[in-house]
Design a protein around this ligand. Structure first.
Ligand SMILES: *[C@@H]1O[C@H](CO)[C@@H](O)[C@H](O)[C@H]1NC(C)=O
Ligand SMILES: *[C@@H]1O[C@H](CO)[C@@H](O)[C@H](O)[C@H]1NC(C)=O
Ligand SMILES: *[C@@H]1O[C@H](CO)[C@@H](O)[C@H](O)[C@H]1NC(C)=O
Length: 353
């Protein structure tokens, strides 16, 4: 330990360096302490501790890079081909008739050893092919972080050709200045269907009306991720199909979700489950030529150090331990710095305008 310290300090303490070296042999740690040191070093070697930075450090780091971002086409293309090799977002994002024949055993990605066999009735709910005309050009992926509040980013978000959003977020006129209005793909977590719409067991009108704001969007649902997800997802499908709504359900492909999870696990993300946001960004990086992400900021202060709410629309905190948000953030920040995607964290327009 002391040696490491000595080394680090040596360059600044040029003169005393030799003294430190001379003193070196005389340092005598008790045997127990040396053994402990040795043990700790071995432990660290086997299980490196990734110290996650404090949010103030993250803010400082972000501020150093504001305004200097450049897209790196080479890096973006490389990353897209990595995603293509592991996960093939273009064909695998959603279940389609093409990628899911009758009789296919679909393993749930969020359960141990649970699968369903796809029958004709279930398969008939899938579109023939992936509904997206690829490659998509400019994509906005909108997370729901409180940093969007007062950002004035709505116009910029809507300028993209394709806008993806997470978990049926509110888009009323109170928010559109900051988050925009356009949506082509929105994810819906079955737990929202349970909590906000009584699992669609009673009236479906409130639900059908509430998703009108998503215009002609696809509603992307993880119907085959956990056992409890299937029924609410199918109810959403029928609720929308039966009234001829402009929104249509796409069922997430559990093989795709698990391959994306593996991809990020290999890059060191330790959460039990990836956040929806990271799934969406990964999909966008595979589908789109240019990706800008908004509202991906899991910290409780903004770039000025002011405290902010957790979401742009409320301050409900997530379950801790389920997602590894700061870790995910650091991965995305790395992609931002390498020019693979652009992460918008600063305001787009002065909210006063
Ligand atoms: C762009 O990315 C490639 C691959 O990661 C890298 O080799 C190159 O130096 C980057 N170019 C710039 C200008 O940063
Ligand atoms: C809704 O969809 C229509 C038709 O595709 C389009 O003209 C309109 O701009 C969309 N509205 C929003 C808010 O995106
Ligand atoms: C569906 O979209 C069409 C064309 O954009 C629009 O005229 C119609 O009002 C929409 N239907 C509903 C129920 O919102």
């Amino acid at each position: 330990m002391e040696r490491m310290l000595g080394r680090h300090r040596a360059p600044t303490w040029g003169l005393s360096r030799r003294m430190l070296c001379c003193k070196w042999p005389r340092t005598r740690l008790p045997v127990g302490a040396s053994a402990l040191c040795f043990f700790v070093l071995c432990w660290l070697y086997i299980f490196p501790v990734y110290r996650l930075p404090e949010q103030k450090e993250v803010v400082r780091e972000v501020l150093q890079h504001v305004g200097v971002w450049r897209r790196n086409l080479t890096a973006a293309t490389q990353f897209r081909s990595l995603l293509q090799d592991c996960c093939d977002p273009g064909h695998s994002l959603a279940l389609t008739k093409q990628n899911t024949p009758v009789g296919k055993n679909l393993w749930f990605d969020g359960e141990l050893f649970h699968s369903v066999t796809i029958d004709t009735a279930t398969r008939s709910l899938f579109p023939q092919n992936s509904p997206f005309k690829l490659p998509l050009k400019k994509c906005s992926v909108v997370g729901n972080g409180g940093i969007l509040k007062g950002s004035g980013c709505g116009k910029k978000i809507d300028q993209a050709d394709f806008v993806m959003r997470c978990n049926l977020p509110p888009l009323s006129s109170d928010y559109s200045k900051d988050v925009g209005a356009k949506t082509q793909l929105v994810t819906a977590n079955p737990s929202i269907i349970k909590n906000r719409f009584q699992n669609l067991l009673w009236s479906r009108k409130a639900f059908v009306n509430s998703v009108r704001i998503y215009n002609h969007s696809h509603v992307y649902m993880p119907a085959f991720s956990m056992k409890g997800c299937t029924e609410p997802s199918l109810r959403v499908y029928y609720s929308l199909a039966d009234v001829g709504a402009n929104q249509s359900v796409l069922f997430a492909n559990p093989d795709f979700l698990s391959s994306i999870s593996k991809f990020w696990k290999n890059k060191g993300i330790h959460g039990k489950r990836l956040s929806t946001g990271l799934f969406l960004v990964s999909s966008a990086l595979g589908l789109c030529e240019e990706v800008t992400i908004y509202g991906f900021w899991p910290f409780s202060i903004d770039l000025l150090g002011k405290s902010i709410s957790h979401h742009y629309y409320d301050n409900r905190l997530p379950d801790t331990g389920f997602h590894a948000m700061p870790e995910e953030f650091l991965q995305l920040w790395f992609l931002h710095k390498s020019g693979v995607l652009r992460m918008q964290l600063e305001q787009c327009e002065d909210p006063g305008v």
